[in-house]
Design a protein around this ligand. Structure first.
Ligand SMILES: [Zn+2]
Length: 571
């Protein structure tokens, strides 16, 4: 490609409305332009990189035995009503209606469509298993679209769906696709982790996320380097503390704590560590109230509570009138003792003795509380968020915490969608059974900002080899008609003929502008040809990753110079 003919509008100034480096650089390097909030144009170079990511994903999906299809973006509301997700999906779904007032959604995901497609076709166990995938746009009306194409409302995704007649078959495909994902992210050059994940709106029994490590990423993960345990912090487990052995149980005592309504205030007033003040949260459910308890310095993780109870109807009581009706006290003085409701306590505080809780009497707390004497019905489970210093639930080694960008997620969905949509097959005994399903996504458009977040410097992008938009740049420091220009033009043709993808900067611009643009857009190698070099009989080869080479051209046949440069590109 010749730069002078290429639609690559780089910007000299850093865009001020972008916060993340990847967002800034994609705008500045002329890859994307904003149309409206969360909706972007891809310009030729941005689209070229997107296609490269897509191709790596497609190759590995095909290699894993998946078959590519294309499903519609416009999806009828009736199908979503059948799966009961029309309302569950909520405001994130773009809804529209046609001229006959029929309702539709712009597909945020495709479980309904694909299950509808196969339910009439896969009628026998002999047709199973089957895995289909597509690479297509998805639409989600994010409340706060941000960071460019990292969190946008229209985005490109690879989504695959598998259908099975047994759990073993589902698990086998799940493992195969895990391996395919590992190859995809390795080939793309990402530094990534696969972590246990909550399955959220998709439902199902088991899920893992693929997280590209990046300090600015929206996900937080806990990882054990010793045994390989890795999980999203929303569900990450920890090894609970050992019992405080040989501590004498003291007598329960009500103490006045006037106006002390926070853990810090009560701890300060009673001169005890904050963790000793066990916090109580009251939740309402369709079957009544319950209490959840965590240590004073801990954070209750609602995802853990709802998954432990297997219910999605939890709502934290948050009004003064309701809390008073349940406990008889205001928020600052509530506690578990004397409440006739189920009590769930975090496993880590099971070892605590002589701790403090609210007295359910305004301005009072109870001291020297002990589980077996005062709260014998409390049930213990993992309820709090993991934190720095926590130990691995499997091996006890200290957990490490990282931030990152979610680039993929895989789910074992089980029968959720096939049951809802009456999608059955006939087993060997002629019995009708719902398929078991899996689903597997990769955020193709999010991979690009993830790669950039891991590979950039103050001058611009440093692409990984799999997605670099060009193999090499040819920078000529003289005008058209000069020897310099003519030599560059020759190398451009020769390298193109040899199968490389060069960008020839033939523009009538200063050397500074050309060098800045080359670094900005991330040309991995620059061949620099200038008048002084020509006079000395050499040209310079500069690597974006660092390092330089001088290539002698004086007295060397041009074809050999092109070969020599080819060797440098392949090294
Ligand atoms: Zn471990």
């Amino acid at each position: 490609m010749k730069f002078s003919e290429y639609f690559l509008p780089t910007l000299k100034e850093t865009p001020s409305d972008a916060k993340l480096a990847s967002h800034k650089l994609m705008l500045q390097a002329g890859m994307i332009r904003k149309v409206t909030a969360g909706v972007y144009d891809y310009l030729p170079m941005g689209f070229k990189v997107l296609k490269k990511v897509e191709e790596v994903v497609r190759e590995e999906m095909n290699r894993a035995g998946c078959q590519e299809v294309k499903l519609p973006i416009i999806q009828p509301a009736d199908l979503w009503r059948e799966s009961r997700r029309w309302d569950d999906y909520g405001d994130e779904m773009f809804k529209l209606s046609d001229r006959k007032d029929q309702e539709f959604a712009l597909g945020p995901t495709h479980e309904e469509i694909i299950t509808d497609m196969v339910r009439n076709e896969l009628s026998s166990y002999k047709d199973l298993p089957l895995t289909l995938y597509q690479i297509n746009d998805k639409y989600r009306d994010e409340i706060r679209p941000r960071h460019g194409v990292m969190r946008s409302r229209e985005f490109l995704m690879k989504d695959a769906y598998s259908f099975h007649g047994s759990q073993e078959s589902l698990e086998e495909t799940y493992r195969d696709l895990y391996d395919a994902y590992a190859r995809v992210f390795d080939r793309l050059g990402l530094d990534w982790y696969a972590v246990d994940a909550p399955s959220g709106l998709m439902g199902g029994s088991y899920s893992q996320e693929f997280i590209a490590v990046a300090d600015e990423g929206g996900e937080e993960i806990a990882v054990c380097d010793e045994c390989g345990y890795a999980a999203n912090v929303d569900i990450a487990a920890y090894k609970p503390s050992e019992d405080e052995a040989q501590v004498e149980l003291k007598e329960l005592e009500e103490v006045e704590t006037p106006g002390k309504e926070t853990v810090a205030a009560v701890a300060d007033y009673l001169d005890v560590p904050g963790q000793k003040i066990v916090k109580t949260f009251i939740y309402s459910t369709d079957d009544g109230y319950l209490a959840a308890l965590v240590g004073g310095n801990d954070e209750l993780e609602e995802t853990k509570l709802s998954s432990h109870l297997g219910r999605s109807d939890l709502e934290m009581v948050s009004t003064e009138s309701e809390i008073e009706q349940v406990t008889g006290a205001n928020f600052g003085s509530i506690g578990p003792i004397g409440l006739d409701i189920p009590i769930y306590a975090d496993a880590d505080i099971k070892a605590m003795k002589n701790f403090i809780v609210g007295a359910n009497r305004n301005g009072y707390h109870l001291k020297n509380v002990n589980w077996e004497r005062d709260l014998e019905d409390a049930k213990f489970t993992d309820l709090r968020r993991v934190q720095e210093g926590d130990r691995c639930p499997r091996c006890g080694d200290e957990l490490d915490f990282y931030r990152g960008i979610e680039v993929g997620q895989i789910f074992q969905l089980g029968e959720k969608y096939s049951r809802a949509l009456d999608a059955h097959y006939q087993d060997e005994d002629g019995q009708l059974k719902p398929y078991l399903m899996g689903c597997y996504g990769i955020g193709i458009s999010r991979v690009i900002p993830a790669i950039i977040q891991q590979n950039y410097d103050e001058d611009g992008v440093k692409w990984t080899e799999a997605v670099q938009p060009f193999d090499v740049g040819i920078i000529v420091l003289d005008d058209e008609g000069s020897d310099v220009f003519e030599y560059g033009s020759y190398l451009y043709d020769e390298l193109s003929d040899r199968g490389y993808d060069p960008l020839f900067d033939d523009r009538d611009e200063s050397p500074g502008v050309k060098f800045n643009d080359a670094d900005l857009i991330g040309l991995p190698v620059m061949i620099i040809i200038g008048p002084r070099g020509m006079k000395n009989g050499e040209l310079e080869v500069e690597f974006r990753a660092g390092g330089k080479e001088t290539v002698k051209i004086d007295g060397v046949p041009r074809g050999e110079v092109a070969d020599r440069i080819g060797d440098l590109l392949n090294r």
